[in-house]
Design a protein. Structure first.
Length: 376
């Protein structure tokens, strides 16, 4: 029997975060379509920790701050050399570049050398330079998450498929415990995620009201990310720090409120969605792509972005009315069911299956292609 078509994901993200978990959610739908997935990752540990059964190959870390000039060209040339060597052994049916065109150049170089289709999965806005425009114009499929990414791709005058993101059934967050009362902040440790803002708002709110403990779960990048941040030197009383905790799901289940403090719009609030699925009440900034996940007053609350005082007001409000946080969290949990990966990523997996056929890959049993796609 011929082996199933292989989708090789080329991931150049800096470490744990939404770019990694979104690919893991997509992989669930790829399996439903009869496709096999191998990830070639710049930081393979980010995948291996979350999906130990997934085949992950080390691409090799390098300097993400090299964004232009000779340093950028040298980095991408070395990536292309390593990627070509690995792909010649794997013999993929499709390459899926996971990041943005400026840092996926190696995949665009290697795909035509291998004679395989290339799809681009874009989660973040990027500078639409002539090089980036030339890249996306050569992709066989482009999937964009969030309006910012879509605007960047649209500027290149190429067709694209806007997609949402979803959560895997086998990694669905545990529902909060009946006695939950802690609060949660959870993100990769990069500057624009706004951890100092969250801590300052918590400190200010604590001057006016007794607050539940705030659990801060964070993951560091590899240190070469241009926006890498350090843990703030002063931590307010009541804040509990967890670096890359293996029991994140259990920590989240003992929490009632989720604080999201991104300073700039982001492509998709995956950590917000995970908190909502667990039944936490999300508090989100009133800007950007993550705002549509939350219906203020029904499935969570919002505050004026980047304003510590505005966030502190919300924290005091929920500290005084924990029963409201529970009701908002219950509604959030119901809303999150619309974002199951099997529903959200079904069309993406189907298009990748079509691309695999372009290379003459054997067609798998297609009866499962749309199984569960139409239902949350």
């Amino acid at each position: 029997m011929a082996p199933p078509p292989l989708v090789t994901v080329v991931d150049t993200s800096p470490g744990p975060g939404g770019a990694v978990t979104s690919i893991l959610a997509l992989e669930e739908s790829l399996r439903e379509c009869g496709l096999r997935t191998v990830v070639i990752a710049r930081v393979p540990s980010a995948f291996r920790t979350l999906a130990p059964n997934l085949e992950v190959i080390d691409l090799g870390a390098d300097d993400l701050s090299a964004v232009r000039g000779r340093a950028y060209a040298a980095r991408e040339a070395e990536r292309a050399r390593r990627l070509l060597r690995l792909c010649r052994k794997l013999r993929p049916s499709v390459l899926l570049a996971n990041n943005t065109p400026p840092v996926n150049l190696a995949a665009y170089v290697v795909a035509p050398l291998l004679g395989v289709p290339l799809a681009q999965y874009v989660r973040s806005p990027f500078h639409c330079s002539r090089l980036a425009s030339a890249c996306v114009a050569r992709a066989n499929r482009i999937f964009t998450v969030g309006q910012g990414a879509a605007r960047c791709v649209a500027a290149s005058n190429v067709e694209f498929s806007p997609v949402q993101e979803g959560l895997r059934d086998d990694a669905w967050p545990t529902l909060r415990r009946a006695d939950s009362h802690h609060w949660l902040w959870c993100s990769a440790l990069v500057g624009w995620k706004g951890l100092p803002l969250a801590l300052e708002a918590y400190r200010r709110a604590a001057l006016r009201e007794t607050l539940p403990p705030l659990e801060v779960c964070f993951a560091r990048t590899d240190g070469m990310h241009p926006d890498a941040a350090a843990v703030p030197p002063t931590i307010p009383d009541g804040v509990i720090l967890h670096e890359l905790p293996p029991d994140l799901d259990a920590i989240r289940a003992r929490c009632q409120v989720y604080l999201h403090t991104a300073l700039v719009p982001e492509p998709f609030g995956r950590s917000i969605l995970e908190a909502m699925a667990a039944g936490l009440c999300p508090i989100v900034p009133d800007h950007g792509e993550s705002a549509p996940l939350v219906d203020p007053g029904r499935t969570g609350l919002d505050y004026q972005a980047c304003d510590a005082d505005a966030l502190a007001v919300r924290l005091v409000e929920l500290a005084r009315r924990p029963e409201r946080a529970r009701l908002l969290g219950d509604a959030a949990s119901e809303a999150a069911r619309n974002y199951r990966a099997s529903r959200v990523f079904g069309p993406v997996a189907d298009q990748l299956l079509q691309l695999a056929h372009l290379r003459g890959a054997p067609k798998p049993n297609a009866s499962a292609t749309w199984r569960n796609h139409a239902h949350p």
